[in-house]
Design a protein around this ligand. Structure first.
Ligand SMILES: NC(=O)c1ccc[n+]([C@@H]2O[C@H](COP(=O)([O-])OP(=O)(O)OC[C@H]3O[C@@H](n4cnc5c(N)ncnc54)[C@H](O)[C@@H]3O)[C@@H](O)[C@H]2O)c1
Length: 262
């Protein structure tokens, strides 16, 4: 059997993707249905999640779910609804994150914006992952979880609510990977660079800092996300942070060197 032709086992695997209404989450959720995996598309925005489901390669495998994951009751409802719709969730992707505004620097960001950023990224991510893990452990089933973190888990972004939430998420990935590995549940981080999706208002001038010469697209993330999620392709990968950034993190925002006439 070809490894790459069958990265998933749709007979016993099913996925839940948060933030699936837009951007990177949408691209990953749609790609999962393209691989035949029943996938719950969860988002706070009804219109975008409906459109994302309709535009999936196999809409019949895509289940829309609408709710505000800043609320723990909504997370519990999502867990119950996902189980009812697709059965045991074996693959979990946490991409939901509130919009970020450049004006929310350290001296300006208000308490509510700070709390919401942490609630959606960290609190919801932890709550959903832990409950899904408990179910998998009880069923003696393997699983694979993927969290969208950021280069700004390590580097300040002038948005402290965002960078601290992503730093917490990066450590959560490692904590969960260490604890859940013995139960066959792998937990990894996907670290995007500058991706022209909804969460990032891309300045095209940024491309000059990127060795591969262009901003990323949400579709640039989906193949690597699927590779890391797949228990066949990445069976021995856990606790890893997979950077997909066109080399942006190599430049540290300095101009690349002038190599002269080679
Ligand atoms: N785009 C980038 O350059 C970039 C870079 C680094 C990290 N990331 C991370 O990747 C992930 C996806 O980024 P994106 O650019 O696709 O973002 P996006 O804004 O396009 O998508 C995020 C989705 O999350 C949903 N969402 C927000 N709050 C929610 C809530 N309370 N409950 C449920 N859903 C909610 C939004 O409606 C939206 O559909 C995010 O975690 C982001 O921080 C993105």
């Amino acid at each position: 059997m070809s490894l790459f032709n069958h990265p998933f086992d749709p007979a016993r695997e099913a996925a839940l993707v948060t933030g699936a209404g837009n951007g990177i989450g949408r691209a990953i959720a749609q790609a999962l249905t393209g691989e035949g995996v029943r996938t719950v598309f969860a988002d706070v925005n009804r219109d975008t999640v409906t459109a994302a489901v309709a535009a999936s390669p196999r809409p019949k495998l895509a289940v829309p779910w609408v709710g505000d994951l800043a609320k723990s009751a909504a997370c519990d409802a999502l867990l119950a609804d996902a189980q009812a719709a697709v059965g045991q969730v074996t693959h979990f992707v946490h991409s939901a994150s509130p919009p970020r505004r450049e004006a929310d620097h350290a001296l300006a960001v208000d308490t509510e914006t700070w709390a919401r950023m942490h609630a959606v990224n960290v609190d919801a991510g932890f709550h959903l992952a832990r409950e899904l893990a408990r179910k998998l452990i009880a069923a003696h089933e393997p699983g694979s979880f993927l969290f969208l973190t950021s280069l700004h888990a390590d580097t300040p972004r002038n948005l402290p609510h965002y960078s601290t939430a992503k730093a917490a998420l990066a450590m959560l990935v490692r904590e969960l990977a260490k604890t859940l590995g013995r139960h066959g549940i792998r937990v990894n981080a996907l670290v995007p660079g500058a991706i022209a999706a909804g969460g990032f208002v891309a300045d095209p001038a940024l491309a000059r800092h990127i060795p591969l010469g262009r901003l990323g697209q949400a579709q640039d993330l989906a193949p690597m996300a699927l590779a890391v999620l797949s228990n066949r392709v990445s069976a021995y990968v856990t606790g890893a942070a997979i950077v997909v950034d066109g080399g942006l993190s190599l430049t540290n925002w300095f101009e690349p060197p002038d190599l002269g006439e080679l």
